[in-house]
Design a protein around this ligand. Structure first.
Ligand SMILES: Nc1ncnc2c1ncn2[C@@H]1O[C@H](COP(=O)(O)OP(=O)(O)O)[C@@H](O)[C@H]1O
Ligand SMILES: [Mg+2]
Length: 626
């Protein structure tokens, strides 16, 4: 797990600049935000007007012996209209807030997706998939919620409070001081409690996900647990987790239980004071009875928005972590970019200028290349290599010797720390990433198929390929026969069929995909390692086919697949220790010779074992037949 995931941001002040940045992301949803604000202000106005209306009714209709019934009718009509208006308002602000929430998370996810496409390999080395997934799902959803619904609360609360304060001051400033005096107390208490409540809920949510994970592990690892007799310790661990969860939940409800009565007692105190002073004023005839009722109403109504604002402050503080993480993702700059001059000539990835793309012939040169992933662990030091166009170069060597690093540098997934890589005599950086990848085919150890049909997957190599070309490519790599045996042939969905497709079959499809793109430069990194021996011959033939007429780099674990290479480079700790054809290296009787003979013997032995096993089975079968 990435440690950033567990980072705590509590105790930090609400950082205005961060939230301003988040709100700027609203972008095209701004229109809805303005509408929302307008509806909320109108709603707040209605909330302030209703008690005023009530107090008017008390003063003029209830406390007045000579009621004018025309006025009552007009009053009733106005009241009715206000209620209708309120209904429309509520409908509208729910609609607008919902739109903002959806629109915001949609546009944030789109931005994040684009960013993730732009970022280079080194970003993915440092960042776990789980971390990224959490950012684009949970964090963005959380921000969208805050940006829409919390804003709704905030605007409404601020305007209700302002409205109430203004009306109270206008009606009677002395009485209003009683209510206003409670504001600071309530605010402080609210922030205090809200923070603790949110924190307790947050910790318990975290614990909850740990419990789910523990369940998951318990279920999927049940067999292993049993064989290792771990039941007891697993259960103890689980009990601890659930115990902690329970404690946190209790804490949260405790805070909740305390919070409401405390706030209520503030309002009760305010009302008691109001009734005391205001009551005297009514008796002395300074104010009317309806006015006192208005103040009592307002002082009850006052606390809701106050609590909302306090809650929102606490929420912003808590969600700051979400905001920081999302913004850090969106603000990450890819570390491999084209220079402005290159972009000018070749265009960027989304708007390539194909007319300026030169043909790639396939000469590849490493000139004093030094490269490392981490500064204290140099992988290539002053590495030199010169490859002629059209050759097949095999890279062999033990795990960690730098084979993948070399091919990744050719793909410009990483860039040399010093030195240069030249393609057709020109620095790789003098032409665009788009140009390079346009001319490059790369087949990985574990074939990756996109969701969609077999045909679509092959066509990912070149979008404008016809059905005939797709089939032609599949035939060339020996994939046609098994594809035709799938239930819908080329139209079989690979996700549905994915589990039925063997790794070898998937690999053949990815070969067809590479072939149809007709790249000038082809890279196969351990493309044959995870393949069943049954398919090996097919794959080998396929490789020979797709290597024709292009420069190719083949990283192979199974040496039998590369004996025909034009050049075999044997790597050890990032250095070429042997270089030549299979015959030359065998004659040399060095490192490659030992590697090859060992593997060859092993394979022979395995073959013999298999043969023996088969014979034994046949014997057994014939015995049981008799
Ligand atoms: N993404 C990476 N981050 C950090 N170190 C890496 C990364 N990829 C490879 N290495 C290190 O670089 C060295 C060469 O690795 P690699 O080129 O993958 O070797 P090979 O493909 O021959 O097995 C190894 O020591 C490996 O641990
Ligand atoms: Mg490798």
């Amino acid at each position: 797990m990435n440690n950033m995931q567990e980072e705590e941001f509590e105790g930090k002040k609400v950082e205005a600049s961060l939230w301003i940045k988040v709100f700027k992301m609203i972008g095209e949803n701004k229109k809805h935000l303005y509408f929302l604000a307008i509806f909320m202000i109108m709603q707040a106005a209605i909330d302030v007007v209703f008690p005023l209306m009530n107090s008017y009714a008390l003063n003029n209709f209830v406390a007045n012996p000579n009621v004018n019934f025309n006025h009552v009718t007009i009053f009733g009509v106005v009241y009715f209209i206000l209620i209708i208006w309120q209904g429309i308002n509520v409908y509208q602000y729910f609609k607008q807030a919902g739109r903002i929430e959806m629109g915001f998370s949609y546009s944030m996810r789109k931005k994040a997706f684009q960013k993730l496409q732009e970022l280079s390999f080194s970003y993915y080395d440092k960042t776990s998939v789980g971390w990224i997934m959490a950012r684009v799902t949970n964090d963005i959803a959380r921000l969208a919620e805050i940006v829409s619904w919390s804003i709704l609360d905030l605007v409404w609360s601020l305007f209700v409070m302002m409205g109430i304060v203004v009306v109270m001051l206008v009606v009677n400033w002395k009485l209003s001081l009683i209510v206003i005096a409670t504001i600071p107390f309530i605010f402080v208490v609210s922030v205090y409690f809200q923070k603790r409540i949110l924190k307790a809920y947050r910790t318990s949510r975290k614990l909850n996900s740990k419990i789910t994970a523990a369940f998951n592990e318990g279920i999927t690892g049940a067999k292993t647990t049993k064989t290792l007799v771990l039941e007891d310790s697993m259960f103890t661990e689980f009990k601890e987790l659930t115990g902690e969860y329970r404690a946190k939940q209790i804490k949260a409800s405790l805070f909740n239980a305390l919070f409401t009565p405390i706030i209520t007692s503030f309002s009760t105190i305010a009302i008691a004071l109001l009734l005391n002073f205001g009551g005297n004023m009514v008796i002395m005839g300074v104010i009317e009875f309806g006015t006192l009722a208005l103040f009592v109403n307002y002082s009850q109504q006052f606390f809701d928005p106050l609590r909302q604002i306090a809650g929102l402050m606490a929420e912003l503080q808590m969600a700051q972590a979400n905001a920081e993480r999302v913004m850090s993702l969106l603000e990450t700059e890819p570390d491999i970019v084209d220079t402005p001059e290159v972009l000018e000539k070749y265009g960027d990835l989304l708007n390539p200028k194909f007319e300026n793309y030169e043909e790639l012939k396939g000469d590849v040169t490493f000139e004093n290349v030094t490269f490392y992933y981490n500064e204290n662990e140099i992988v290539l030091k002053n590495f030199n290599l010169d490859v002629k166009a059209g050759q097949t170069i095999a890279l062999v060597g033990e795990t960690g010797s730098g084979k993948s690093t070399i091919v990744n540098l050719i793909c410009r997934f990483y860039e040399p720390k010093s030195g240069r890589i030249l393609i057709d005599g020109k620095d790789i950086k003098d032409r665009s990433i788009g140009w390079l990848h346009h001319n490059l085919g790369y087949v990985l150890q574990t074939p990756f198929l996109f969701s969609g049909t077999v045909k679509e997957n092959i066509r990912f190599g070149r979008n404008d390929a016809t059905d005939e070309e797709v089939i032609e490519a599949a035939k060339l790599v020996n994939a046609h026969d098994f594809i035709m045996k799938l239930e819908n042939g080329y139209d079989t969905d690979v996700n549905e069929g994915g589990s039925r497709l063997s790794t070898g079959e998937k690999q053949l499809i990815s070969f067809a995909r590479a072939l149809i793109a007709d790249p000038s430069l082809l890279i196969l990194d351990e493309a044959t390692s995870s393949i069943d021996t049954e398919k090996e011959k097919l794959i080998q033939d396929a490789i020979v086919t797709i290597q024709k007429n292009r420069t190719s780099f083949v990283v192979a674990h199974r040496l039998s697949t590369i004996v025909d290479a034009d050049r075999i480079l044997v790597l050890k700790h990032g250095e070429v220790i042997e270089d030549g054809t299979h015959q030359e290296l065998m004659a040399k009787e060095g490192y490659y010779y030992r590697l090859y003979t060992n593997q060859f013997n092993e394979e022979q032995q395995n073959e013999l074992l298999k043969l023996n096993k088969k014979r034994r089975q046949e014997e057994l079968q014939s015995l049981s037949m008799e």
